[in-house]
Design a protein around this ligand. Structure first.
Ligand SMILES: [Zn+2]
Length: 450
């Protein structure tokens, strides 16, 4: 792989230990790794040069929660104004008709959208496998799009006939779930630095699997050395369900079943109380904060300020595209900043802190800070280049501040492992027009047979 020199950026936001920002600096990539950052670097023979005047260069953004398959159920009329449980019951019958092709195309759509908004690593939470769908469908999509994926093998086992929410056709036997978890971890999880594909284990939520499966999943994940993920404390209904069925709050339930620790991260956590925030901080348990989804479903404002002050690790998540309904990660960072301000005042979260959560924070939550999440020599070359000289940010006094206060909402270039995934604002790895056509055809098909 030949090298690349990014030259003359208005600002390089390193997110290193000192959170240094360099103006007019250059960054050199060799062999998929950042080799040098500094002023006045001269191109080596054969090196590609990317001029970055008028641009802000940041670490690639990291998305810690998604359900990529849901891009095919965006803006479904009956789900537009429903609360979480009603929203799920509207969508389950549609998802039950998905095939492997729906899974692959919807994932590519979400992944391309993420890439265009600066994301270089995403996790995905796939918890239903109708009609022969497999985790491979999503993994293949990530390979085509070219961004890193932490694919989690989700699951649901309590169907309607057992008092659960999902239809029986969407749930699996718990023994089959565990077997498939072992299969996909053994087949696809890469523990090495620079890994493009990793696998985690992720029962959908405490209300869609048994206590036994939650505990067995945690034991299995520890045995295999992979991460654990689920939804937790998303809204008031969720807390009420936990108190009624389990006789305790979600934090207690998680702790009792082995679901705390630095290899665990929970999505949402909107309703964590003070004791639960302390528990998460003490055990280094991570949180995927999904502000747009929380707004969209009216779940509330997650106590991110209190979490960060207590030392909880927080990353950002766009959440599934049926509850956002977009996968734009830079706008999610903006929303995170705005929402803390709604709750706690204009000084509750700065642009820089929101950018930190979107980069370094996500790397910590997904266990990748050793190789990703900041721009430093020796780290993998996952880099987002934002043109702040366009109309959105024209005349901005502070180019880094402008990135969240003004725009742009899309990258100019995106580099993953030293390779360009977005070049001059266009996907470099796939034909976006064709993908949109296929996605639209599949979505229409689902709508017509609904
Ligand atoms: Zn979710």
């Amino acid at each position: 792989m030949s090298g690349m020199l990014i030259r003359g950026a208005a600002a390089i936001v390193t997110m290193d230990a000192e959170r240094r920002e360099l103006s007019g600096a250059c960054l050199r990539i060799a062999g998929g790794v950042i080799s040098e950052i500094g002023h006045g670097l001269v191109p080596a023979p054969g090196e590609e040069v990317l001029e970055a005047a008028g641009c802000v260069v940041t670490p690639g953004l990291i998305n810690t929660h998604h359900h990529l398959y849901q891009t095919l159920t965006r803006a479904v009329p009956a789900g537009q104004d429903a609360l979480l449980f009603g929203w799920l019951q509207t969508l389950y019958p549609i998802w039950a008709r998905f095939t492997p092709e729906h899974m692959r195309v919807s994932a590519m759509t979400g992944l391309a959208e993420l890439a265009l908004s600066g994301c270089t690593l995403t996790s995905d939470h796939l918890y239903l496998y109708p009609n022969g769908a497999r985790l491979e469908d999503t993994i293949e999509a990530a390979g085509e799009v070219g961004i890193r994926l932490l694919a989690t093998r989700g699951a649901m086992s309590i169907g309607e006939s057992d008092g659960g929410l999902p239809p029986d056709s969407l749930v699996e036997r718990e023994s089959a779930i565990l077997e498939d978890c072992i299969r996909v971890v053994d087949a696809f999880h890469d523990p090495a630095p620079g890994a493009m594909i990793q696998v985690g284990i992720a029962p959908c939520s405490p209300f869609s699997v048994s206590r036994e499966l939650m505990r067995d999943a945690a034991l299995l994940a520890r045995d295999k050395g992979v991460r654990l993920h689920t939804h937790l404390a998303e809204n008031d209904e969720d807390i009420a369900y936990s108190l009624e069925k389990f006789g305790c709050r979600p934090g207690q339930y998680a702790e009792d079943l082995g679901w705390t620790g630095d290899d665990v991260w929970h999505a949402h956590c909107v309703k964590l109380d003070g004791a639960e925030i302390d528990l998460f901080a003490r055990t280094r348990t991570g949180v995927a904060h999904c502000p747009c989804s929380n707004c969209r479903l009216g779940s509330g404002i997650a106590p991110v300020r209190a979490m960060r002050d207590a030392g909880v690790r927080v990353g950002l998540g766009v959440d599934g595209s049926a509850s956002n309904d977009s996968s734009n990660l830079i706008l999610e960072a903006r929303q995170a900043m705005l929402l803390q301000r709604v709750a706690r005042g204009a000084d509750a979260m700065s642009v820089r802190e929101a950018l930190e959560i979107a980069t370094r924070g996500g790397a910590e939550v997904l266990g990748r800070l050793h190789d990703l999440g900041s721009l430093e020599p020796g780290k993998r070359a996952d880099i987002a280049i934002w043109d702040v000289s366009g109309i959105e940010a024209a005349g901005a006094w502070d180019p880094v501040g402008a990135l969240l206060l003004a725009g742009p909402p899309r990258v100019r270039d995106l580099i993953v492992e030293g390779r360009r995934v977005v070049a001059d604002g266009q996907m470099a790895t796939l034909d976006l027009g064709r993908l949109i056509e296929t996605q639209t055809r599949l979505a229409r098909g689902l709508a017509e047979s609904a």
